[in-house]
Design a protein around this ligand. Structure first.
Ligand code: SAM
Length: 223
């Protein structure tokens, strides 16, 4: 049984005091910032599963109108205390709750770093659709997640804090496409002493083009 982020929020903050663990992470978020700015789409940016808020703050300092949202009250409490000038909201994982966020505003961008991994795979399509409903064409989504190289699969793994699944990038891209987002690029970093799995950063844009009839066989395995 995983203890959950509310129980381990302070340990998590101590374990990850910096926003980024690698240059790739930092540059991927920089590419997200530039892509949102260059899209010309006006609207709010949301950092989904913002945790202790340090990446939300990076986005804010880069000039994006960002709000951090997270289902864990303890994580949001730390975020608010550490970054009092940045807005944070406790918002749960259910897609429906998104309609209440920044009501009346379009979404220009969504960043979800290592947070969609905690959404049970069968609920991910509805979450992506709830973002697409609020996002005009050209809006930008970036996901970061534990991944795999082979086999089109979604596999649960023993995350130290909460139940989690790692995704093959093509499977995630298929779900994005079905929800109305077209992949622009993804990167894969290799496991090392501090990372057990390959990690994927995937950037996609909101597209109004019709989804191909059989876009992708979403014939992935869920384990
Ligand atoms: C590994 S931390 C990542 C924090 C932050 N995004 C970062 O990059 O530093 C995962 C965060 O996702 C949040 N989370 C857990 N379940 C979630 C869900 N179903 N939807 C969105 N976020 C969730 C957790 O509360 C936690 O703060």
């Amino acid at each position: 049984m995983n203890p959950g982020y509310d129980s381990l929020a302070h340990e998590y903050e101590r374990a990850f005091p910096e926003p980024f663990r690698t240059p790739l992470e930092r540059h991927a978020v920089g590419a997200f910032v530039d892509s949102v700015k260059e899209s010309g789409v006006a609207g709010q940016v949301v950092d989904v599963g913002c945790g202790t808020g340090h990446v939300t703050t990076v986005l804010r300092e880069a000039g994006l109108p960002v709000t951090g949202v997270d289902p864990s009250e303890a994580m949001v409490g730390i975020a608010r205390e550490s970054h009092p000038d940045v807005p944070f909201e406790v918002i749960g994982p259910d897609a429906g709750q998104w309609t209440a966020l920044a009501e009346g505003h379009d979404l220009a961008g969504v960043l979800a770093r290592f947070s969609l991994i905690h959404v049970p795979p069968e609920r991910v399509p509805a979450v992506l659709e709830s973002w697409a409903e609020r996002m005009p064409e050209g809006g930008v989504v970036m996901l970061a997640f534990q991944a795999m190289d082979r086999g089109r699969a979604v596999v649960s793994f023993d995350h130290a804090v909460a139940p989690a699944w790692r995704w093959h990038p093509e499977v995630m891209a298929d779900h994005l496409l079905r929800a109305g987002f077209r992949e622009v690029w993804h990167s894969m970093s290799r496991p090392d002493d501090e990372h057990r799995f390959p990690e994927c950063h995937l950037l996609a844009v909101r597209s109004l083009e019709p989804v191909p009839q059989d876009p992708v066989s979403c014939g992935c395995r869920v384990e």
